[in-house]
Ligand binder design. Sequence first.
Ligand code: PLP
Length: 465
Amino acid sequence: MNMITNHPPTAELQALDAAHHMHPFTANAELARKGAKVITAARGVYLTDSDGNQILDAMAGLWCVNIGYGRDEIAEVAARQMRELPYYNTFFQTTHVPAIALATKLAELVPGDLNHVFFASGGSDANDTNIRMVRHYWAAKGKPDKKVIISRKNAYHGSTVAAASLGGMSAMHAQGGLPIPDIHHIDEPNWYAQGGDQSPEEFGLERARQLEKAIEQLGEDRVAAFIAEPVQGAGGVIIPPETYWPEIQRICDEHEILLIADEVICGFGRTGNWFGSDTFNIRPDIMTIAKGLSSGYAPIGGSMVSDEVAEVIANAGDFAHGYTYSGHPVAAAVALENLRILEEERIIDTVRDDTAPYLAEKWRKLENHPLIGQASIVGMVGSVVMTPDKAARAPFASPAGTVGTICRDRCFANNLVMRHVGDRMIISPPLVMTREDIDTLIERAWRSIEETWKEVKRQGLLVAG
Ligand SMILES: *Cc1c(COP(=O)(O)O)cnc(C)c1O
């Protein structure tokens, strides 16, 4: 028996974890003192930890387990593919059936003429591909100076050097000398925090028009592309005002720049349609995909590319770019089976017509709690903003995330995974949640918020900053 099939008790696992495992996005010394929660199994929408707790996963892992945990069909497809052809590359004049089948299926599912895919292992490296591809595209069209990519503050596009530069996370830029050159950030459409006295509609237009101003300032002959998530995910599930995307689309149509929709979270049903681009009527030239593409069962991502861009790239000689695992056969087979399940079980239809409206109605009622300033949701992705003063939409005086951390810990104590971003609490549950699961989610969320409120008052933190 090995250590995985016959593991030691929790404390010993935690000690080994602390001794040898560096966690991403974590203050590791602090975690080592506390001990990481050890997840040992999962079924449907519930995780099991090494102490036997059943935890409702309202984050679908990291926004990715759209079909829920424990689907045997996927395990069988993966095992079969590993036996048949566990690996082969697609660099040197070869291809294989899983990559062909997945590329064909994706071309059918994604909107518009995004009929071509360049495979990556996740979302970060797919966005690296996008940077390389849009610059190569303009150079091939005789415009090598069109290199600048406009992105947004508080956007998340991944964690490689280039993807973190595209993203607008100040804490990430503060480490390691980011961003790389020729990335320009405009403000985000976060009305709650930044909208002041404007209506959400006015604010959405103003923020979209920053794109036009940036293009004029930088010079259209220098701008290659604009990249954005349909709904900012890691930034705190910020759903833009209704006026935002139509104005962005107008600006992109009227200027010679490419539009990249980063659908790593929004894709594959998250917003109640196959893609966020469907929900918000966006017509991208390139779309980043990952996460829900395989429901997290295998690491895979990619860039969906329009006919026009793909043709220019195809005729520009060798595109000097690729990953060893581009189109990995096991990951591709897993993704294809995931798409079959999403489609044949009509999971996205059920979300759109039944469970998302049911969840939305209950989620919005969290605004009845004195600690909650705003509850917003689209499809199966939502957020609540905690505030010490609802009328003023005020932030807390304590450092951002103080109250959020208290709430996140209360959620854990109540066997609910909800993540905090600053003092916003966010959910992105598996799409297969039933009404009963949703009732449990709301009941545990309310209880955790109530306990947070008491704790915040006890610590004297209910103070506007
Ligand atoms: C998670 C995420 C990424 C990065 O994907 P990885 O697979 O972690 O590299 C990129 N863009 C968005 C919008 C994401 O949410």
